[in-house]
Design a protein around this ligand. Sequence first.
Ligand SMILES: [Zn+2]
Length: 371
Amino acid sequence: MSDQAVRLLTNLLGIYSPSGKEEDISNFLVKEMETLGFRVRKDAIGNVIGEIGKGEPTILLCGHMDTVAGIIPLRVEKNKIYSRGAVDAKGPLAAMIMAAAAIVKEPTFHAKVIVASVVEEEATSRGVKHLISDGLWTDYAIFGEPSGVENITIGYKGQIQLKVICKTETGHSSTPWLYENALEKAYELWMQIKNSYPPLEKAESPFNAITACLTKVNGGRATSVIPFETEMYIDIRVPPQFTTAQVIDETRKVIAQYQSANPKVTVKATVEDTVEPFEVNKTSPIVHSLSSSIRKVLNKPATLLRKTGTGDMNILGRAMNIPIVTYGPGDSHLDHTKDEHIIISEYLASIQVYKETMLKLSEMHEKSGKQ
Ligand SMILES: [Zn+2]
């Protein structure tokens, strides 16, 4: 089993699959999963969905096939495999496939497992959104992203992508006292938006703070012209004690105040995208099963993580309203870096943890008499 598991992972890593170019890896996965006993289909946008086993409950293991762009040549060194996607997230994906294929052979296992390998997680989240609109249904879900084999990610922050345009009258740059400068005004407004959120130091942790980052600014026409239009992009991260709507309302108030104090500036703010924050209840059966499986396989207590990033788990968890966690081998600090690698023993241990977790969920379901 371990040779086969390492082979599946190195095969997946050998296929370069940046977001939007998942065709080759998805074709490979369809064949590979069929060989492993899955009933496999590819949906309209290229997600690969494999089902295995039957009965109740249904457990969804969801991972992504795409990576960020940039090739890191595949190399195996002692106990490590280097390649783009080794931790984010082909390591977790391969581990989930191997675990699902193995667990259905256990006589005490009576559940159905769906492994969904989605496209474009690193870009638009189109893959996971399509799973939801397609009506995929499950009782429990694990999202396969690197948390480290001993840790469970139970929460991610939400995200607001805000675009703000400031316009002013323009004139010659030799007469700056006559006109408002749209670049300067936009920056002034940005500082007011940023300072409107409670300071990071006052929050319990960065996870619990609203943070804002100015990510892109466009403005200015020529050296002799006072800038008359500036476009800025602001990325706001929202902890679970708020909704994105609440934060947007507060931010709009700051913008409205700025507008009335600066009648010579025209401000227009547009929300380009939102993802709600998400945190699973610590007492949910999936957290319980995963924690006790980590303890059993690794002989160590599990650590629960809350992350300041935003994941596809947010979208899936909110839309399906089911117990969902993110779990997978690998150190997420290596995501998107040149040093991306996975430790083989950790990858293999995670397969055992996924298996144990599914077995526990199946047993719990039976005991609770739902069958
Ligand atoms: Zn990822």
